[in-house]
Design a protein around this ligand. Structure first.
Ligand code: HEC
Ligand code: HEC
Length: 346
């Protein structure tokens, strides 16, 4: 494992030096420089990683949404004018144990169903809630108008500081980096962006298929659409995008032994309550990027233990994938990893 990680560290230092043309004397100093250059509230990235799959600001108002945009959640939670502590406490308490009793968004429950319980790394939701309270966040173009006609009665103005570089200023900010400006992103951020956007795309389509026509139909959807949908993101970002697993369903998604080791590494991080960090391998002008794919309760209908999977679903899985290994999972386990390769641009 050690020899796997070595190039990663080497890479971060090298990349840091090349980008900023600074004369670093020690690795520790280089690391600090990189950290300050990216100074951002940690809650921002955690929110984009763990919440935007369902609370994305970019999905349209009606079609394809699987949850309210985060700006709507924030606006509802600010209505009672809570202190910072109350705000954070209320968000954390809901996410720890979602229930209709605690809800401030009954309309959202009616429309989307109660938020499913999921596990997040220790402290992550507090950081996200603090970030939400303190900073303006990206909101969909339609949101301010929608809010004025509803609960906000004309009083909507987003609370919070603005994040550097024009982030979160409504217009345009929502389209951040879609293709543009990618060249200047560091490779870890670029890989993560592609992984999360693909996850959002697959997740929205999957939940939509389940809600509309049930798990059996959704299974066919995954069978036919998973690889083409992933490929569409690959085209958009001029990258190769794959999901691989040690316990694969589709044999095309089989992890190499080296990748299986990474799955073990991410599993250990997750079990320790840590926020898993991407792993990158630079080679011949390209970057190979890995990041874990973690289960939630919804996945178990097709990847869970025998009791979680309906008999007809089980039967259909075996018909489509006679060698299926992708079952027996619980919530919050590493189901596989994103494998994304792209050119290393400077
Ligand atoms: C798998 C989809 C999904 C993910 C991921 C998700 N949520 Fe939700 N969340 C929902 C849905 C659906 C609703 C609307 C229904 C409801 O209010 O329960 C919701 C509502 C909420 C609400 C408002 C609850 C209320 O009714 O008052 C909060 C707060 C919230 N989410 C926080 C978060 C945070 C923070 C994260 C990331 C750490 C997150 N959610 C990730 C699906 C999700
Ligand atoms: C409706 C059934 C269904 C649900 C729900 C489902 N999957 Fe899958 N999953 C599949 C099918 C079918 C495939 C094989 C797709 C293919 O042939 O490319 C698959 C493949 C995968 C793969 C690629 C590796 C492999 O085993 O081939 C990953 C990773 C994965 N699923 C993760 C998840 C996660 C995480 C969730 C929950 C967020 C989830 N799945 C929910 C049916 C499902």
């Amino acid at each position: 494992m050690k020899n796997l990680l070595l190039p990663v560290f080497a890479f971060f230092f090298l990349a840091g030096c090349q980008e900023k043309k600074t004369d670093y004397t020690t690795p520790a100093k280089a690391e600090m420089q990189i950290a300050t250059a990216q100074q951002e509230h940690p809650g921002k990235k955690l929110m984009e990683t763990y919440c935007y799959t369902c609370h994305s600001p970019s999905a349209p108002m009606n079609e394809g949404r699987i949850g309210p945009p985060m700006a709507a959640v924030k606006a509802h939670y600010l209505m009672s004018e809570p202190s910072r502590e109350e705000f954070v406490h209320q968000i954390v308490s809901f996410v720890d144990e979602p229930s209709a009793d605690k809800s401030k968004m009954r309309g959202a429950i009616n429309r989307f169903g109660l938020m499913p319980y999921q596990e997040f790394p220790d402290g992550a939701v507090e950081q996200i809630a603090e970030y939400l309270y303190e900073y303006q966040i990206e909101e969909p173009d339609w949101f301010a108008e929608h809010w004025k006609q509803g609960p906000g009665k004309g009083m909507y103005r987003q609370q919070g500081r603005q994040m550097g570089k024009g982030m979160g200023q409504g217009k345009g900010a929502g389209k951040m980096g879609k293709g543009m400006g990618m060249q200047r992103q560091n490779p870890a951020d670029k890989g993560l962006k592609i992984a999360l956007e693909t996850k959002e795309l697959l997740g929205q389509n999957l939940m939509g298929a389940i809600q509309k026509e049930g798990t059996l139909h959704a299974l066919e959807f995954c069978n036919v659409e998973a690889i083409p949908l992933t490929a569409s993101m690959a085209e958009k970002y001029n990258a190769s995008v794959q999901r691989v697993s040690d316990k694969y369903r589709n044999p095309q998604n089989q992890a190499t032994p080296e990748e299986a080791e990474l799955i073990d590494l991410f599993t250990a991080q997750l079990n320790a309550g840590k926020d898993p960090q991407p792993v990158l391998f630079p080679e011949n002008g390209t970057i190979r990027f890995y990041y874990p794919i973690v289960t939630n309760s919804m996945c178990l209908q097709c990847h869970g233990k025998p009791g979680d999977i309906e008999p007809q679903v089980k039967e259909k899985i075996l018909k489509l994938y006679p060698q299926d290994r992708a079952v027996g999972y619980s919530e919050n386990e590493v189901r596989g990893i994103w494998k994304i390769e792209f050119e290393n641009m400077r």
